[in-house]
Design a protein. Structure first.
Lengths: 371, 125
């Protein structure tokens, strides 16, 4: 066993993944299935678009903040309005840096007596250090490393959870409720990373495998891996941290202005607020856009985008094949003049320019539950 | 009579007279996963053993295909443009990539026969 092997962490579902034919790959320090034998990314992707796909997302970090100053303390690190976030609701957020870049994106849930954060696996250690250094006043941070996190995504997800708890079927999008499912105490959020209706479900790790097996007993449910998770979120126009957003991209450039609520825009009080105010007032020089390559050749991350004269005007940050779109799909950054939908730019693939159309995101329409 | 040989890049090479048909093996397509795009060389392209000659892309990634021997492409499988999934469903039949005229028959001896390739695959997994 090499050092690297010994450092790879396993989730509570590792044995189940292997049993189901998961092709295990290292991802953010965890052994996770990129796809499953006899299924494949396209089938696993369609599982989420048409039925209900079970993903193991236990690699993501879960953190609880308690203490009287928790809301103000966290607001000092993110541009999200947490003060007016109702109990039981969840918001998409990001940690910003002094230059208005993004250190990580996260989900914030307002619970009765605490805040629950879900952060990216690859950023977990840095985020926790950032929180410990930046949270001021009466606030206590607890890493919930005894919890696993499963995502059930797809139009039949509500029916599946509804067999145990009818409130799961009627809870609103981006709400979070503690409930008992199949005898297991769970924290259930109606959210996800696929563009479909679905849930993220946290439970004690020692119950995760048994719970996953209960989900898989339902005819509508099958497992899907990281490959499908990526193609789903790409079609849905959702950012992957490290690709589409990072410490050098601002939320305004990334098209995430909607996630900075009015009061925070007016008052600031988060890292990089002056830069972000300036960008809101004066505009930005580049924007994140959806990109549809013509023809069938995928355009991958890192592919340069040029105008007709060959001048580089941007770059693809995520790109591949979209099983629902039925062809190549991508997103990336373009100089603002080229960002309007309908603009045609050239992607340089293996030295040859390939025409691409700038499109509005999402490329595949969202089907979130709207009551 | 034809003879099939294999390269250590997981290509199969079917030899009929002085023409070789080239594709990727069942093992290779399983490793790639769902193939969504294939770029094959034009007839007349001169290729050198080890040189990039075609591209095969799965949902996840793009991979190069290297020429298993020297030669000149005489025909490509145009059907893969519309049906790249044939590389998955029938890798050693409908999913062939290109045919080439063999210009250095001595190189065929450097390829593996079926038994040697089978042992090679087992050593890889």
């Amino acid at each position: 066993m090499t050092d690297q092997d010994s450092e790879i962490k396993k989730t509570a579902l590792y044995a189940l993944h292997v049993e189901l034919g998961g092709k295990m790959v290292p991802f953010a320090g965890y052994a996770l299935p990129v796809q499953y034998e006899n299924r494949g990314i396209i089938v696993e992707h369609q599982q989420a678009r048409e039925s209900a796909a079970l993903f193991d997302v236990s690699h993501m970090g879960q953190v609880r903040l308690t203490g009287a100053d928790r809301i103000a303390a966290l607001e000092a690190l993110v541009p999200t309005d947490i003060t007016n976030l109702a109990v039981g609701n969840t918001r998409y957020s990001f940690f910003t840096n002094e230059t208005g870049g993004i250190l990580d994106d996260l989900m914030i849930t307002q619970a009765e007596d605490c805040l629950i954060l879900v952060i990216n696996a690859a950023c977990k250690d840095a985020d926790i250090a950032h929180l410990r250094a930046g949270l001021k006043g009466d606030v206590k941070l607890e890493i919930l490393d005894g919890l696993s996190l499963l995502a059930l995504q797809g139009p039949k997800s509500a029916e599946v959870l509804g067999q145990w708890a009818s409130e799961a079927t009627t809870m609103s999008f981006m709400s979070t409720i503690d409930m008992t499912l199949a005898g297991v105490d769970c924290r259930v959020s109606r959210s996800g990373y696929s563009g479909e209706d679905g849930y993220e479900i946290a439970m004690a790790s020692d119950q995760a495998e048994a719970f996953a097996r209960k989900l898989l007993e339902h005819d509508a449910v099958s497992v899907s891996g990281l490959g499908a998770r990526d193609s789903l979120r790409l079609e849905a126009g959702l950012c992957l941290y490290g690709n589409d957003i990072d410490a050098t991209t601002s939320p305004i450039e990334a098209g995430l202005t909607w996630a900075i609520q009015k009061r925070r825009r007016a008052e600031g009080g988060f890292p990089g607020a002056e830069v972000i105010h300036g960008q809101l007032a004066d505009g930005v020089s580049r924007k994140r856009v959806g990109i549809l390559p013509e023809g069938r050749a995928p355009c991958r991350e890192g592919t340069e985008l040029t105008d007709d004269s060959g001048r580089v005007i941007g770059k693809i940050t995520s790109g591949g094949f979209g099983p629902t779109a039925g062809g190549p799909v991508a997103m990336g950054y373009l100089e603002t003049a080229f960002a309007p939908a309908g603009t045609v730019v050239q992607a340089m693939v293996r030295g040859k320019p390939r025409p691409c159309e700038v499109v509005k995101m999402p490329i595949v329409a969202h089907s979130f539950y709207r009551g | 009579m034809s003879e099939v040989k294999f390269s250590d890049d997981h290509e199969w090479v079917r030899i009929e007279g002085d023409v070789a048909t080239v594709g990727i093996t069942t093992f290779a397509q399983q490793q790639l996963g769902d193939v969504v795009y294939v770029e094959v060389p034009e007839a007349g392209t001169a290729v050198e053993k080890g040189g990039e000659v075609a591209v095969v892309e799965s949902v996840k990634a793009a991979s190069e295909l290297y020429a298993p021997i020297d030669g000149e492409v005489v025909e490509s499988n145009g059907g893969l443009a519309d049906d790249p999934a044939a590389v998955n469903s029938d890798p050693e039949g409908e999913g062939w990539f290109f045919k080439m005229k063999i210009t250095n028959a001595g190189q065929l001896d450097e390829l593996m026969d079926e038994a040697a390739y089978k042992a090679f695959v087992e050593s890889q997994s």
